[in-house]
Design a protein around this ligand. Structure first.
Ligand code: ADP
Ligand code: MG
Length: 359
């Protein structure tokens, strides 16, 4: 190779670095929805409404009645690596009680979209003196491609509404990877559904192109949440799973599973949560399917909403923003706990036979 055709190594400019980093966190509209809903949950919201246009490719709006932010918080929130959730690495070690803590979501979303946030602190008092201007109003902040373009007082209800428009308008390579409206909406729907199931005490609704897809009541019951999300036929076919380990606590397992004949051809309806976090784990999926023995038709999958609780030090939850995988120290112990919990629930209802061959 001659000097001439050897590639030159150069430093990337900040804007390029920012946009590349953004692509790591924000892959598609559903990733925006996930981050915003997590922020609303962390903000102690009782009500969260998600509305998306064209599968989220044209717009995503998440409104909550959470603690809100004042003008200063709001300006901080969209900066890089700003968070109210941890202050140093020790907080990370001691276990994180909140969903987000990397302090990068709003910043990265704003780098690849046109973002508007309107917010007003709960209780109407900013704690910064009652004569401060704009104290009883909220604040509106606009950011375009990572640059703050406007901050002004705005009348709005307590809580926060985040609007993301023109996602990836400045990263055409990323935009090209977006799938059809239907596929992008499926991803959004899956995300919002999981958070709704995991948080029955929060009223969570989803709208697509101005039409309501579902709305949960937020009254705290898993049954009524399943009814709102999956409809009557599925809700009525659900059986309670309740399993407290008696000794050597490997895992406690609670939730709902469907009648072996209430199935779909996709696995999307097997929802598993480990220590309240939505995860996808093959071992959990297999445990559920094995519990049904030979009672499921070929290539059919039941509905399940299962909460698996294990001691935090026995599970490794990968905290990468886009991954939802877990690894258990005692994988086979967890598997048999889940399998036997589901199996005994189904047996009790006479939905499977005890002699059912293991599939
Ligand atoms: P992280 O969630 O990791 O802290 P984000 O960029 O998602 O990082 O948010 C930055 C900060 O902005 C949060 O720590 C929180 O203080 C504030 N914030 C974001 N969304 C909301 C919201 N919906 N309600 C109240 N505060 C919020
Ligand atoms: Mg966050």
């Amino acid at each position: 190779m001659t000097d001439d055709d050897r590639p030159t190594i150069r430093a990337l400019d900040d804007q390029t670095i920012n946009r590349i980093a953004a692509g790591e966190v924000v892959e598609r509209p559903a990733s925006v929805v996930k981050e915003l809903v997590e922020n609303s949950l962390d903000a102690d919201a009782n009500r969260i409404s998600v509305a998306v246009d064209s599968g989220g490719t044209e717009g995503v709006r998440v409104r909550d009645d959470g603690v809100g932010m004042d003008r200063e918080d709001l300006q901080m929130a969209v900066e890089e690596h700003t968070t109210s959730k941890i202050s140093d690495i020790n907080d990370l070690e001691s276990g994180v009680g909140t969903l987000g803590f990397r302090g990068e979501a709003l910043h990265t979303i704003s780098a690849v979209s046109r973002l508007t946030v309107r917010s007003k602190p709960r209780g109407g008092d900013t704690g910064r003196g009652s004569d401060a201007p704009g104290n009883d109003a909220g604040t509106e902040l606009r950011v375009e491609g990572g640059e703050v373009t406007d901050v002004r007082p705005a009348g709005c209800p307590e809580g926060t509404v985040v609007e993301v428009e023109d996602l990836f308008y400045n990263t055409p390579a990323r935009k090209k990877f977006l799938k059809t409206t239907a596929t992008e909406f499926d991803h959004v729907n899956t995300v919002v559904t999981q958070y709704a199931l995991a948080n029955p005490e929060v009223a969570i609704s989803l709208e697509h192109d101005d039409r309501e897809v579902f709305a949960t009541e937020g009254r705290g019951s898993l049954e009524s949440t399943v009814l709102s999300v999956y409809g009557r036929e599925v809700a009525e076919s659900m059986t309670r799973v309740e399993h407290e380990p008696d000794d050597g606590p490997v895992a406690s397992v609670t939730g709902l599973v469907s009648h072996p004949e209430t199935t779909r051809s996709a696995r999307d309806y097997l929802s598993t949560f480990v220590n309240d976090r939505y995860v996808t784990a093959r071992v959990l999926r297999e445990a559920v399917l094995d519990a049904y023995g030979g009672q499921l038709a070929t290539d059919r999958y039941p509905f399940a909403v299962l909460f698996v609780d294990v001691p935090p030090n026995t599970v490794d939850v990968n905290v990468h923003p886009r991954k939802m995988e877990v690894r258990f120290d005692d994988e086979s112990g967890v598997k048999s706990a889940v399998e036997s919990a589901v199996e005994s629930a189904l047996l009790e209802q006479g939905l499977i036979r005890s002699s059912a061959p293991r599939g």
